[in-house]
Ligand binder design. Structure first.
Ligand code: BT5
Length: 324
């Protein structure tokens, strides 16, 4: 894409200026076309200085999850080949579902700077002040049975935890099924939604909300953000972008593992981070409360709970309401 190439030229010459003539020659487009692209990039939030007789210089990039920035240095094979981004939308999961119905491929990603109806499970709200979080949804078309879909949620939880670890050095934990925690406080949540027939998943959307630069006062109790945890990190332009890119790389890796039949590897990475394994828990599952000790994960992604009288129960979905 010409605009990406133009941005690359600006990036390569960031310490000085590059003339309109040189860019026009290298990209094979007119100087007027160059100027139009520069104007478009400025509208996206790129600060580009222009000097007569010298040309253009990239001063700063926008702190926005836009395709131009996510694509740069992403290095994935199939994840994020198509990226759509919004300043505001109701819910990125809804946009992704619409795109999936229209036939968009696996790995299509939707980002938003804010959501007017961001949601968690069971109609709960997801809070996100504008431009401070990662709000994204990914389209998958897994060759799994609908009752194995939680494998994807758990894989995504591992991906989110690993991305946080890699980019910030902070250890995070996973609370089944979909919470990522730092020191017991929620930093990210995952909402998996799908369209399926009895024996086939048509598409599955993984929505991830991650608090990056969100201040404490904008979050519910028991929540935290990368900025709160690290103090200095998460401030600068680019951190959300780097985190989002790592998240996409980890999702690609995890999904490939599942695709290659390596659930055991994903499961092990999950167990290493699970705060529930070995704990006495109380799980609310539909109308029931189940109490017992968490022993691990079933290959379909269910939580295995050994009840006090010795039998093991598999819990497909629910909320852990108490941990001891
Ligand atoms: C979740 O639900 O944790 C899944 C959240 C998924 C959000 C993403 S954002 C992109 C995509 N588009 C959407 O519309 N959704 C997805 P659940 O386990 O039900 O947790 C919801 C609960 O987490 C709420 O009831 C609050 O208590 C808490 N919560 C809300 N906003 C939060 C935040 N920013 N950080 C931490 N906790 C939050």
């Amino acid at each position: 894409m010409t605009e990406d190439q133009l941005l690359d030229l600006l990036r390569q010459n960031q310490s000085g200026f590059i003339s309109g003539g040189e860019m026009s020659h290298k990209l094979g487009i007119s100087r007027t076309a160059i100027w139009k692209h520069i104007e478009h990039l400025r509208k996206l939030g790129y600060e580009i200085e222009a000097q007569p007789h010298q040309g253009y210089r990239l001063v700063s990039i926008p702190d926005r999850l836009i395709p131009e920035e996510i694509r740069f240095g992403l290095n994935t094979r199939w994840m994020g080949q198509k990226i759509v981004s919004y300043e505001e939308t109701a819910s990125t999961n809804d946009v992704a579902a619409k795109l999936a119905v229209q036939g968009m491929p696996e790995g299509t990603v939707v980002f938003a700077e804010s959501q007017s109806k961001g949601r968690g499970r069971l109609g709960r709200a997801w809070v996100s002040p504008k431009g401070k979080s990662i709000l994204m949804s990914v389209i998958f078309r897994p060759k799994l049975l609908p009752n194995q879909a939680s494998q994807i949620t758990l894989m995504s939880a591992v991906a989110a935890a690993k991305a946080v670890e890699k980019e910030t050095g902070i250890t995070s934990q996973i609370k089944w099924p979909n919470d990522i925690l730092i020191e017991g406080k929620k930093i990210a949540g995952i909402l998996t939604e799908m369209q399926a027939e009895t024996d086939q998943i048509r598409y599955l959307i993984v929505g991830i909300g991650m608090n990056v630069n969100v201040p404490k006062e904008a979050l519910p109790e028991n929540a935290t953000s990368i900025h709160i945890e690290t103090g200095d990190m998460g401030q600068g332009t680019g951190d959300r972008i780097r985190l989002a890119q790592e998240l996409l790389r980890q999702l690609e890796r995890g999904y490939d593992l599942l695709h290659d039949g390596q659930w055991e590897t994903v499961c092990q990475e999950w167990q290493e981070r699970s705060i529930l394994t070995g704990k006495q828990v109380n799980v609310r599952c539909m109308e029931r409360q189940i109490e017992g000790t968490v022993t691990g994960l079933d290959p379909d992604g269910s939580l295995l709970i050994r009840l006090d009288h010795g039998l093991t129960e598999r819990v497909m979905a629910g909320d852990v309401v108490a941990v001891r």
